[in-house]
Design a protein around this ligand. Structure first.
Ligand code: BGC
Length: 440
């Protein structure tokens, strides 16, 4: 059996990512809570409810203990805007104190933080004013950013203003899965463009307030590849790639948002990123099909390993492409999310090792990857999929709040502790993957 160690660069950040609405519980003042009450919006009629009880029960503390005890040195989490600014003219200082406490909690545990300022949920008052479709959105968001960063800047300097603007725009305004449940491509792309302007404004504000701030994007990057030999499939793939993967981050270089069906000049976005954040989960094969929206029929490779619910396919080569794509910007890269739904933890270790090894290869192609955040620390509320998908290293029973440590924890802990993937760790914690990770 070959023996080897794949080592990562010094000071690499290893952690997990979470989002406020998915873990805090009782976020009754945002558009997601309202959306959950509507018939047919969430699988099985599930509700976020107490979620992981991070807010009322302050269970962030025990979960941060778990992260720290398993050698994670960073955590990415998000600030719930509707708590900080419950009404347009009211700021809740006690909420900011709470978030400060969480940041200090990480510090005390020897961990640092990456903070997301918008992760899919918005205050109800903001949604009622037109949300991200409205021309006022950028200024309203920026006021929240200013207040929040002012309050928390002593304890964090890694900021992601907006999580996955491309998913937000598509899921809320084109596919109809997220609030406000619309179905209009142009509106969805306009929302993403508005978010690009929101990001650019936040970038300026954060730098004004904090000299050592690092502000980055976190798009959802999907590897689109042609699903057949039809040249039109290639055309569709290129268009999808440009509109979905490219448009937002490229606007931060060119000052022009170009998602093919919607374009807008935004010179203020030029240069508005210090790092590129990448959320990578899977790859789509795409065929030209006249009867599908935008002529694209998406599917997974037939023989690809699938996650428990079939939601994801294990395609680590797509992750390598994603990182190489991120390299074109000449900036540090963070893997802001990567994960797999698997309640039984049968295949998570395979997915994890495949992706960590893919990342290691690209690090050794000189791509400046600085950190990796696994999605997620503990099972949490999976949006329109409710509790049907389990992405946590720890399992959760939301009714009893009991956590169950899944076997993947031991493997990931060893990776974080040694800053490497070693034969010893794989042999001990994921022997079924040994041959795949250390081939003869
Ligand atoms: C989102 C997370 C979500 C994860 C898994 C990402 O697109 O940023 O909030 O939980 O996917 O579904």
């Amino acid at each position: 059996m070959p023996r080897a160690t794949y080592s990562f660069p010094n000071d690499f950040l290893w952690g997990t990512a979470t989002a406020a609405h998915q873990v805090e519980g009782n976020n009754t003042n945002n558009d997601w809570w309202a959306w959950e009450q509507g018939e047919g919006h969430i699988k099985n009629g599930d509700k976020s409810g107490k979620a992981c009880d991070w807010w009322n029960g302050r269970r962030w503390s025990e979960d941060f203990d778990r992260a720290a005890a398993t050698h994670q040195n960073s955590h990415r989490f998000s600030i719930e805007w509707s708590r900080v600014q419950p009404e347009p003219d009211r700021w809740d200082e006690a909420t900011l104190d709470r978030y400060r406490e969480m940041l200090l909690g990480l510090k005390e545990r020897g961990m640092n933080a990456m903070l997301t300022l918008h992760h899919f949920s918005s205050p109800i008052w903001f949604a009622e004013m037109g949300g991200w479709e409205s021309d006022q959105a950028v200024a309203l968001f920026n006021a929240f950013v200013r207040r929040t960063v002012e309050a928390l800047k002593a304890h964090c300097n890694l900021w992601v203003p907006i999580n996955e603007p491309n998913v937000y725009g598509m899921a809320g305004f084109v596919w109809g899965d997220f609030p406000p449940g619309k179905h209009d491509l142009k509106t969805g792309l306009k929302v993403i463009a508005n978010m690009a302007k929101g990001h650019a404004a936040a970038y300026q504000t954060i730098h004004e307030l904090q000299s050592d701030a690092l502000v980055g994007t976190a798009i959802n990057w999907r590897d689109f590849v042609p699903g057949d030999a039809n040249p039109l499939s290639n055309v569709v793939v290129n268009r999808l790639h440009k509109a979905y993967n490219d448009a937002f981050t490229t606007a931060m270089v060119t000052g022009k948002f170009d998602a093919i069906y919607y374009k807008e000049d935004m010179p203020e976005a030029k240069g508005a990123q210090d790092f590129v954040g990448l959320n990578y989960y899977t790859r789509d094969y795409v065929k030209f099909n006249l009867s599908k929206p935008n002529y694209a029929e998406n599917f997974y490779r037939k023989d690809a390993e699938r996650s428990y619910t079939g939601f994801l396919a294990n395609e680590p080569d797509g992750f390598r492409k994603c990182i190489r794509w991120g390299g074109q910007f000449g900036l540090p890269i963070y893997i802001t999310e990567n994960g797999w739904d698997d309640p039984k933890d049968d295949t998570r270790r395979i997915y994890l090792l495949d992706h960590l090894l893919a990342m290691w290869h690209e690090v050794n192609n000189n791509l400046p990857v600085k950190g990796y955040y696994h999605w997620s620390l503990v099972d949490n509320f999976e949006w329109e999929r409710g509790w049907t998908q389990r992405f946590g290293l720890w399992g959760l029973d939301p009714a009893t709040q009991q956590r169950v440590r899944r076997p993947s924890v031991d493997l990931y802990s060893e990776v974080c502790r040694t800053n490497s993937i070693s034969s010893e760790a794989v042999e001990k914690w994921a022997p079924e993957c040994y041959k795949r990770i250390f081939p003869d």
